[in-house]
Ligand binder design. Structure first.
Ligand code: FES
Length: 109
């Protein structure tokens, strides 16, 4: 599945994101990654490279639609079909539910 870069998308859409299993919530704009949006709301998602290559942030998309900021995020086609996502380069395209047991509360930025 081809996913065009998000830089050309409007920045004024915001989608609700629920983080399982904690039932935490944050809003994600269509011009920021899920990692950035969560951090702004005081939730730290696992991360390392932040460019979609190391897979340290791999999580599960339970519900909703995303697209990627990079052309080739480090997931196989089958992993994408199974619902895995990389929040460091994933951008919300609808309300989302993501499963990230390693998420932590931090000071909002
Ligand atoms: S932090 Fe490396 S792929 Fe997301």
């Amino acid at each position: 599945m081809s996913q065009p870069p998000t830089d050309s998308l409007p920045a004024d859409e915001t989608f609700a994101v629920r983080v399982e299993p904690m039932d935490w919530h944050f809003d994600a704009r269509s011009d920021e990654s899920l990692f950035e949006a969560a951090r702004r709301a005081g939730i730290r998602l696992p991360t390392s490279c932040r460019n979609g290559t190391c897979r340290a942030c791999i999580s599960v998309l339970v519900e909703g639609s995303i697209r990627y900021r990079v052309e080739w995020p480090g997931l196989s086609s089958s992993e994408k079909e199974e619902g895995y996502l990389l929040p460091c380069v994933a951008v919300a395209q609808s309300p989302l539910v993501i499963d990230v047991p390693e998420a932590e509360r931090i000071e909002p930025r």
